[in-house]
Structures are given as C-alpha cells and as structure tokens.
Design a protein around this ligand. Structure first.
Ligand SMILES: [Zn+2]
Length: 278
C-alpha cells in the first residue's frame, strides 16, 4: 500500500475486460489481449492494482475502519433525509442502487478526505461488491459445468454408447419430448461416443457426447424457450477451466462444453452446424 499508484481511470474500452480478467472469466485469447495492454498502459495497470487491492481488503473478515467524523455525519444526515423522504413520498423512492449512488455523490466531499480510499469510483466499487452478489455468470452455466464433470466422474458418460448416429438418435425417442439432431462428425475428428439424459435447469435434457483425442465434448440440447435471444447465439465463455459455447438453432438451445480450448470447440460447433440436416 506504500507505493502510490496513478489515479487516472482505466481506458474505457478495457474496463469491462479488466473486471472479467480479475474474475477469471476471460478465455485465453482475451487474457493475452489484456496482459499485452496492461504491459503498455500504466492507467489500466494502476486501475487493476486498485481493483485487486479493494477486493482483497473487502474480502477480509476482520476489516475495521474508523470513519472520519465528517463521513459519519454525512451518512447519518443522508439516512435521516431518506427516512423523512420515505415518509413523505413512499411511492417515489429510488431503487437501492440508485439511492446508494445518490448518497455516495452527496458524501463526495467527505469521502475525498478519507485517505485510505483514493477515489469515489473505488468506494463505489467496494460498496457494490458488498451489495451485489458475486459476479461470475448464471447458475445455468454452473449446472452445465457440473453436468459435464458428473458425466466424466461417475462412469455415466453415456446411456447409449454408440458411434452410430442411427443408433443414438432413435434411443432418445419416447424418453424426451423433442428430438435432438445427432450427426456423425468422425470424419472431422470428432467421433460420436453416444448420448444420455441429463437434468439441467429443472428439466430433462439430451446430452450428446463427442470425443476429440483424449477430450470429451458434452452437447446439452433442449427446446429453446422464450429466454433464447438472438444475441446469446454463439456466446463463448470460459468457466472453471472449461469452455462453453451456446447457440440456438431451429428451435433448440445448444450448450457445448469441454476442456478443449475455444478455437477447437468453435471448430466442433461449426462442423456440427454444417452437418445438421438441411
Ligand atoms: Zn489502458
């Protein structure tokens, strides 16, 4: 904490990536981009250092800071104002975060004197870290990762073990209320290993299993609901060492997950889409 860091904010274009970088959410290519940028950009390097520091401090259990009297007075005054406003106008209260931001803005002069915290942005970041649940994506992705790992651990990779699409596809018939397309990608280096039923997001889904050398690719398939947006198509995510690809095609939602890198999994996805019956 002894070395002062530059207080300029990070480049606007990199701010989101810095957050993702800190959260370990980026794929390898983006991690390299960020690290290359950090090497040449003191503003972003400084911002990352501050973000890291704030997170470390906030995550400690025994953090105790004595707020300066001016800050305490501002908080008490702001709370009193809000309480009287709430009594006077119960329907016109701003949302929690908006109120918090407004209160922070009102406290700005006092906060500026608080030497430990260099800027309002950092204070806001620290408070939001406490107020908001931890970032890191949806529980759906967690379930998909769990489903993938479960399939590898419990000798339950496949319910129907076959490299023949004409064996695997009919096996799903009568077990689920939709028909996942099963394509043969052996010629592309992704041999079919079979299929199974899995349970993701509160429903039974189809899981198609492909292999690539020593790697397993699970493709989870279920009917696209109203939550399927065009902008979610071809979304790629790295999570807990796995790559996830999500796309929607002909009314079905697909999630491919593997420990393959993004490039190879994308190649699989392209081959899969190309092989679909037209
Ligand atoms: Zn920068």
């Amino acid at each position: 904490m002894s070395t002062p860091v530059p207080e300029a904010g990070p480049c606007a274009a990199w701010e989101g990536l810095l957050n993702g970088y800190l959260d370990g959410e980026l794929d390898a290519a983006h991690v390299m981009d960020v690290e290359r940028h950090l090497a040449g950009c003191p503003a972003c390097a400084g911002a990352l250092q501050r973000m890291t520091l704030v997170r470390r401090v906030v995550s400690q259990d025994d953090v105790r800071w004595r707020a300066p009297p001016a800050l305490r007075d501002s908080v008490v005054a702001a709370l009193a104002r809000e309480r009287s406003a709430a009594v006077a106008q119960p329907l016109a209260r701003p949302s929690g975060i908006a109120a918090l931001v407004g209160r922070l803005r009102a406290m700005l002069p006092a906060l500026r004197q608080w030497s430990i915290i260099p800027s309002l942005a950092v204070v806001a970041a620290a408070l939001l870290l406490v107020v908001l649940p931890p970032r890191g994506g949806s529980s759906l992705e967690e379930e998909l990762v769990a489903g993938h790992v479960r399939s590898l651990l419990a000798e339950h990779l496949t319910d129907v073990a076959s490299s023949n699409q004409h064996t695997v596809k009919p096996w799903f018939g009568g077990k689920i209320d939709f028909s996942p397309p099963v394509v043969d990608l052996a010629a592309r280096g992704f041999p079919l290993a079979g299929g199974r039923l899995d349970y993701i997001g509160g429903r039974v889904v189809a899981a198609l299993v492909y292999r690539r050398n020593g790697h397993v690719i699970n493709v989870f398939v279920w009917p696209a609901g109203s939550d399927a947006h065009v902008d979610r198509a071809f979304m790629a995510r790295a999570r807990e060492g796995y790559t996830l690809l999500n796309w929607t095609e002909a009314g079905l939602t697909y999630w491919a997950i593997s420990d393959l890198n993004t490039v190879e999994l994308k190649e699989f996805q392209e081959d899969f889409l190309e092989a679909l019956p037209k």
